[in-house]
Design a protein around this ligand. Sequence first.
Ligand SMILES: C[S@@+](CC[C@H](N)C(=O)[O-])C[C@H]1O[C@@H](n2cnc3c(N)ncnc32)[C@H](O)[C@@H]1O
Length: 610
Amino acid sequence: MENTDIIEDTTIVSIKSLDSVASEVKMGTSETTEPEGGIQYRLRIKNIPRFASVKMMKDLLAKNGCEQVKIQKSPKWDYCFATLKTEEQQLYVMDKLKGVKLKNKELLVRIDNVTEKDRQALFDKRNNEKQQNIEQSGIQKSPEEMLADQVTPLHIYEYQAQLELKQSGIIKSLETFRDKMKELYKNQYHHSSWLLKEFDFKLPLDLNPMIHSPVLKGYRNKCEFTAGLNLKGEKTVGFLLGAYKDGLNTVLEPDNSIHVSDVAKKIAKAIQSYIRQSLYDVYDRRTKQGNWRQITVRSQQCGDVMIIIQIHPQGLSKEQIDLEKATLLEFLKTFAKKENFNLISLIVQMYDGVSNGMSEDPFECLFGTPFIHEEMMNCRFRISPRAFFQTNTAAAELLYQKCGNIIKEIYESKDFSESPTLIDMCCGTGTIGIALSKNLGTIIKGVIGIELCEEAIEDAKINASLNGIDNVEYILGPVEKNLFALSKFNNETSGTAVAIVDPPRAGVHKNVIKALRKCRAIEHFIYISCDHNAAIQNFIDICRPTNNNFPGIPFKPVKAVGVDLFPHAKHVELIIEFCRNRENSEIQLSDVPRMYASQDIESKGSNFTI
Ligand SMILES: C[S@@+](CC[C@H](N)C(=O)[O-])C[C@H]1O[C@@H](n2cnc3c(N)ncnc32)[C@H](O)[C@@H]1O
């Protein structure tokens, strides 16, 4: 639900001391403690490329003896902020960055401290600006309509029109991809006849009609609600209207949110009434006061419900916290019984940091098990609180089935001497590998899953045995750092492999694409993207001509299909099947469609633009 452009690294603020100066600098180790005196010791680091990521800046600082500094950077900025806990640390970092260059440009570092008063004034200014913009736009919308536009921006369209909009978004991304490929293959038409083929929409692949979501209302199995104040100043559990960065801090109930399930709405309302009677305030992100922060409800298709309540412990004694937990537990157990839902897991997280969302702080399970289950594709999956699970189970089932059908078609249509190993990259709780292994039988020889989230990997291991899949291996860590899982297939005897890459919105690191290209055992793979626009660069790198940076035989796209997991919202999942592009003989003139044939292919191709 959150929408933040600013990528913020919220890890602890501490500096590794490399010399005697540093050893005098005593660093705190917890990000969660507020800076002394309400001052944020901030450095503005200028002269950096816009594309520099938080990680790149962190690595640069670490290389210069400053480790784990909190960095804020938006992809649009040619600067970033580094926040330190004390003035000493600030001066230390400033000193260390003197004369340091990034991409041949010397960094410009200046102190840009923020006091609590400044921060609140900025918040108020943005809030006023936002209100003025709304007034000036002349569009009179109720707060409920504004919230609906924000969380389900396509809600005003009929479902068919929503699908058409999403399909045209996919076409646009694929056209951008196609145009870029044409540029890259400009003088190498003999390697890219696939770009000349005209499929539907003049795209160089078959784009199938969108697969609809079988459920249009209340489909989300996970909702993150904020505890805050509504427009009347009453404690409310629901969605934040607008974004905090715009100075907005109002929370509205999810009653009219079409994608929220009935059970999640009921739970939000019940916890709201509980909080309204509580002596403790909701957490105010402007003043950083208050206790009730966030309520996450996971309500699975199979009936399992998990509730996670996040509380800021400030001002509360241990006795008060214990009493609150016990009262909450009784309240929610009774409520679940009365409303007849299956409360499987009630979890509390105490979190005193300033960032929003789920933190790394521990969870305490007050009731039931620290996980729930979901059922799909004839399988049962355990899901831990931090593990990713597709938010629309019924539509995710269609997504996985489609991937299964693609693999089935590939391996049944050709005479493959042996079944491939399925490499499930970014496997979450192991859903795709396990579901396909179980449903495709001997077509899949075994599964290797790679995933960043430790809890998800633990779930995946349990899920494999829950579903009787034994030929599995799970690797914990970022895919880009575990590429041995692919390179080990370069051995002649290691057999064949098929990969499914299902990364988060930004796509995968380019080293993953390079490794896929270099992996001799992979002839086909499937890329599932939940942000086709952001994935274009990955698609380009998958198919670009071979060079020193991108070795290996390039792939070409074969077919694509959108699967709508998010009715009323803008996102859509896009599946693209890629296969190795083994053409290396010059294409025949007769292969060139008429629109290109008029150009002089024989004239060395240098002017020939595909
Ligand atoms: C879109 S989800 C897909 C999960 C799974 N395939 C499914 O369908 O449930 C992306 C997953 O990638 C994981 N992830 C994010 N960055 C990663 C990385 N660099 N390496 C490995 N996994 C990553 C996330 O934790 C998340 O579980």
